[in-house]
Design a protein around this ligand. Sequence first.
Ligand code: NAI
Length: 780
Amino acid sequence: MSVKDIFDSMDYGPAPEDAAEAFAWLVDQGDRFGHFIDGAFTAPGDGFLSKNPATGETLATLTQATQDDVDAAVQAARQAQPKWTRLGGYKRAKYLYALARLLQKHSRLFAVLETLDNGKPIRESRDIDIPLVQRHFYFHAGMAQLMDTELPDRDPLGVCGQIIPWNFPLLMLAWKVAPALATGNTVVLKPAEYTSLTALLFADICRQAGLPKGVVNIVTGDGAVGEMIVAHPGIDKIAFTGSTEVGRRIRAATAGSGKGLTLELGGKSPYVVFDDADIDSAIEGLVDAIWFNQGQVCCAGSRLLVQEGIAQIFLSRLKARMEMLRIGNPLDKCIDVGAIVDPVQLQAITEMVDACAHGEVFKVNAQLPAEGCFYPPTLITGLEPSHRLMQEEIFGPVLVSTTFRTPDEAVQLANNSRYGLAASVWTENLNLALDVAPKLTAGVVWVNATNLFDAAAGFGGVRESGFGREGGWDGLRAYTKPRRRVRQLTRIEPNPAKNGDPEGIDQTAKLYVGGKQTRPDGGYSRNVWSKTGKLLGQAPIANRKDIRNAVEAARGAAGGWAKTTGHLRAQILYYIAENLSRRAREFAARIDAMKGGRQGAKEVEASLRRLFTWAAWADKFDGQVHGVPIRGVAMAMREPVGVIGTFCADEAPLLGLVSVMGPAMAMGNSCVLVASEPYPLAATDFYQVLETSDVPGGVVNILTGSHEELAKPMASHMDVDAVWSFSSSDLSGLIERESADNLKRTWVNNGRARDWYEEDSRAFLEATTEVKTVWVPYGE
Ligand code: NAI
């Protein structure tokens, strides 16, 4: 036998991890768990079994929470919250630090329990999940410490309902609990029904850390308990990670409630390999992308796109590598691929793959354990981009693959998805990587790497992968709100007619779509009367067709506008201000005629200032480079959201419009603005200012008409990326509900007034941009 033969045939012996401590802990708890409410475990109630998916054995009996349990948990969190906030950042930091230390001291117990409960290889829970959990609490101890000085004008939201999935049970808990606690919120968390044990061990750690009662509450149970949390009136924010389908339901269920919402949902992330990539590294990366955690990872690199010239060699080397993957007992330290979380998930994966009648299916021919939920690593090649398996999340160890010829085609294929969570790009040409990364529709891009995470770097998606970021300053801000007094907004009705005398000659405004003034599709207009009841002119009544036309124009302009420089966009905004200032008196008179009083000049002056503010910001809202603990950088790039539809403020017909148009334009978005309903003529006069200011057609589109009638077509339009409402009509619930289909970002006023004279740039900068984190490791 040659040395080569020995190397080729050498098998690893088993290296099992001892699970005795974890079992002892379960026995100590009596193998039956209640909930953790107000600092203590409740008596176990009617429940369900928690099983080890690798063996099928029962680990413990958990309690299905009732409405009373959820009420008690919310009440405990409510009661604890003001005191927890008043403790201040330093004292909260000390608690978070204590939690981090305890997590470290019990790291092996957590890792083993996680593996027993979830089926993931102990190597992963020990070396990835639990260290990242600790890092998250350490990092957020720091955030708590800095919160008072760095976010002095922000308050916590209150009580946060947090619903997490089963793929990274403790890590998802850490992602949710640490920033919430750091910022002075209290939480009611529901772990996934398959994997609640490490959350309950965490509850034990909270007790050991002396965390004040009620700050962390954990209730167990299935989706019905999740629904109770979502619907509970005592909850101020829902943070959810899980399937897109449930995310959509939660969006609809919270619509109009005023609750904050962040959703981290599914993905079908592309893994793009160019022909100059280091093939061996790219194949090793792929093992981490799709066989890490059995592929049950929201950002798994589950769609391989490989450049045609190297496809054959790449796939054959990949298959050879797949054959080397060791599948089996997750507690064995030599195992690469463990168990699927539950028979239900195993069945879902099996059915999806078995139903695939196209392409070529390559399954690793390994001896799977006789018991438990195991699925062999699988590669499917030769599928059409539109094939179900190329589009839908399988959430298992199954990779689908296709080829591309040029970088442009790679980008097109990569973006051919309703999701937008993550992407990997493999090439030795950094120029190509940094050209492609910004073009990919994804919240995270890894260059020559995959599945890198850190507490300092934002994580989250675009499109149907959800909204909001977790980690870093953006993640932290999502648990806070601005500190200001709340004033209710009352609906402003159009002025009634008193006499029919028109002012001057007939002035019939049109709509402004694609850089042109166009007649409304329906052919209807309405009279606009002055405060004193004189006829000022007519404003068109836009309908759903006009919304469609405006969105089409905005979409057409969006790509080109996003590519312009901030310098150019600043110049155009200054030019708009210049042209508006020439007609300042005319606009002031118009506003006074519509609204009555003599505030018009002040509003025009504030509008000019606002345009200057946005011209100033156009080239200054910089990204960041995060100091992540790898050799490399994680760059947080600010990208435009896309097409933003807005219902403008009624009370400030010019300032309200300029205040939303300015940031949208400055950050590279195009917009569809529905002008103030009672006072539309300042907006229609504004068309001429836009026409003379070099604004490219389609970047700004303005419609007039009924806010209530236009809200539905705008919010349900699949090609709109974000919808905002500052209208005095009550649109908030409708917009949030209708936006659920494609999970567009929303920003609604929930019936609260905004002081348009106050500068609030940060809120608009954040709403008009999306963070993309691009990880670029370097060195060896
Ligand atoms: P899921 O989205 O149903 O469950 C996630 C969490 O939400 C669990 O705690 C569950 O109890 C809770 N939940 C379920 N229905 C709810 C409702 N109506 N209201 C509030 N909470 C609710 O995910 P599931 O069933 O565990 O997995 C199904 C598929 O979802 C997977 O095959 C995978 O495609 C995807 N998924 C994606 C995850 C991600 O990280 N993006 C994580 C887990 C699943």
